[in-house]
Design a protein around this ligand. Sequence first.
Ligand SMILES: Cc1cc2nc3c(=O)[nH]c(=O)nc-3n(C[C@H](O)[C@H](O)[C@H](O)COP(=O)(O)OP(=O)(O)OC[C@H]3O[C@@H](n4cnc5c(N)ncnc54)[C@H](O)[C@@H]3O)c2cc1C
Length: 290
Amino acid sequence: MNTMNNQEDIVIVGGGPAGLSAAINGIIRGYRVSVLDGGATKLSRAERIDNYLGLPGVTGMEIMKAFEDHALSLGVTIIRGKATNVFSMGQQYMVGYGSEVLTARAVILATGALRSKAVEGEEEFLGKGVSYCATCDGMLYRGKKAVVYGLAADAAEEANYLAGIGVQIVYVNPGPRPKELREDVEWQQGTLQSIQGDSAVKAVEIKGENDVKIEAQGVFLLRDAVAPQAMVSGLEIDKGFIMVNKEMKTNLPGLFACGDCTGQPLQISKAAGEGLIAGQEAAKYLDSLS
Ligand SMILES: Cc1cc2nc3c(=O)[nH]c(=O)nc-3n(C[C@H](O)[C@H](O)[C@H](O)COP(=O)(O)OP(=O)(O)OC[C@H]3O[C@@H](n4cnc5c(N)ncnc54)[C@H](O)[C@@H]3O)c2cc1C
């Protein structure tokens, strides 16, 4: 990981309606705010939105552009990147993405609802062969065999990177072989059923046109979203959603959450409203530290 630290007051993970609402409310209170966003929110696919107050019939693309323009006009920094880990260093949080790190005294999680279920063995072997980040952990598998389970848009690129540094890759995905994948990378169609091992990963089971078991020491699970409990150690979760109180505080000091990632209803107004509270409460928290 790059040792260069980009110091912010508040880092927000997720640039959908919740994250951007939190961002404008943090910056209005006079704090430096960066939003780290892994890619377009699924909201941009909405063809027509009829229940957002004052903007009947707006498309998802239009409303997201308005939200982003608003945040940028106030001086919010939006960084494209996927956070893979958030960890506390006393009064600071470090947010890792790719080979970079952002540092902030308050962090707001606004990562949206997780739409994929964990694979059997994923949590058990996290850090013992299971990784969510090729750039962060790739070197550990140099000269070894690893499976890349590619569900994210940039997964083939990540697999090429791993192959380039000397990891022996088998690329697995449910669809056809990605065009971007290097020709010398072995490919297997299928879905990942389970990760097996003892003290560390030893093999994975794939279900597909041909069910196979692949022996490997590493598994890179490359999805668009990372489960919050995998990103933040010790974070309390209830039925897949981050537990928060009315001030959008999680169980960890200085760490807030808002929007779809905290639970139902999964709607824009709720996300924007919770973002407002999280942004204001993060600012209050920072006031209390100074
Ligand atoms: C097709 C469709 C139609 C919809 N129609 C409506 C409607 O008409 N009305 C309505 O109110 N709601 C509608 N919704 C629901 C609405 O989109 C959500 O409730 C809203 O977008 C939630 O906002 P959010 O900011 O919490 O999460 P999201 O909008 O999901 O944004 C989360 C963001 O976080 C990013 N992210 C996730 N993990 C990471 C990570 N580890 N690092 C960095 N970034 C990360 C994602 O890339 C994403 O950009 C619709 C949803 C869909 C898919």
